[in-house]
Design a protein around this ligand. Sequence first.
Ligand SMILES: Nc1ncnc2c1ncn2[C@@H]1O[C@H](COP(=O)(O)OP(=O)(O)OP(=O)(O)O)[C@@H](O)[C@H]1O
Length: 205
Amino acid sequence: MIRIEGLSKSYENIQLYKDFNIEIEEGKTTVLLGASGSGKTTFIRMLLGIESYEKGNIIGLENKNISVVFQEDRLIPWLNVSKNIEIVLKAYLEPDAIQNRIEEILKLVELLEYKDCEINKLSGGMKRRVALARALAYDGELLIMDEPFKGQDYALKLRLLERIKILIIKEKRTVVFVTHDMEEASLLGDVLLKFEERPVKFYKI
Ligand SMILES: Nc1ncnc2c1ncn2[C@@H]1O[C@H](COP(=O)(O)OP(=O)(O)OP(=O)(O)O)[C@@H](O)[C@H]1O
């Protein structure tokens, strides 16, 4: 269980979070829904330890490995598709296992034939899928995805959702997934939470 207790966070004169409490269940996919600007990305950044907060505790993430699809792709432009993924696998897999994992995940996101392609030669939606592939490939204790399906056509998105659901169940992943899309949320999520501002409150859907 990841527990957030008594969290308070403000930006200048906006009190975004005030004594906020939430529990995230392990082995489940928790979806964060809510209007633009309600504080979902800030929440994720606080979980990752890259955003400060005034008060509160985040318990259960100490020394955990987290894989992330950020709102931005954050790919390394001078490495090809395969190398962008390899970089996160090197620390814990042998070369053969790395290649197998890269192929498995690139197949999942329908980019296997682009494995040696330069990042700059990909479309925006394809870059997004490389970012998604990199996060899925790394078997962290928590997977965070912030709007991972941006730029995908509808039919492809449904195929991705179906395959990711299978992978997540097979690998017993704990997932926090941010989206505005109710269909994505209900296809992938176990627990659906709607964030409301301000300060942030949430309710289960
Ligand atoms: N670095 C910052 N400085 C000042 N205000 C910020 C900063 N980052 C976010 N905010 C404000 O905090 C609020 C929440 O932003 P956040 O990005 O967490 O929302 P969100 O729910 O993720 O939105 P979206 O769905 O559009 O991504 C917004 O009002 C935003 O303007």
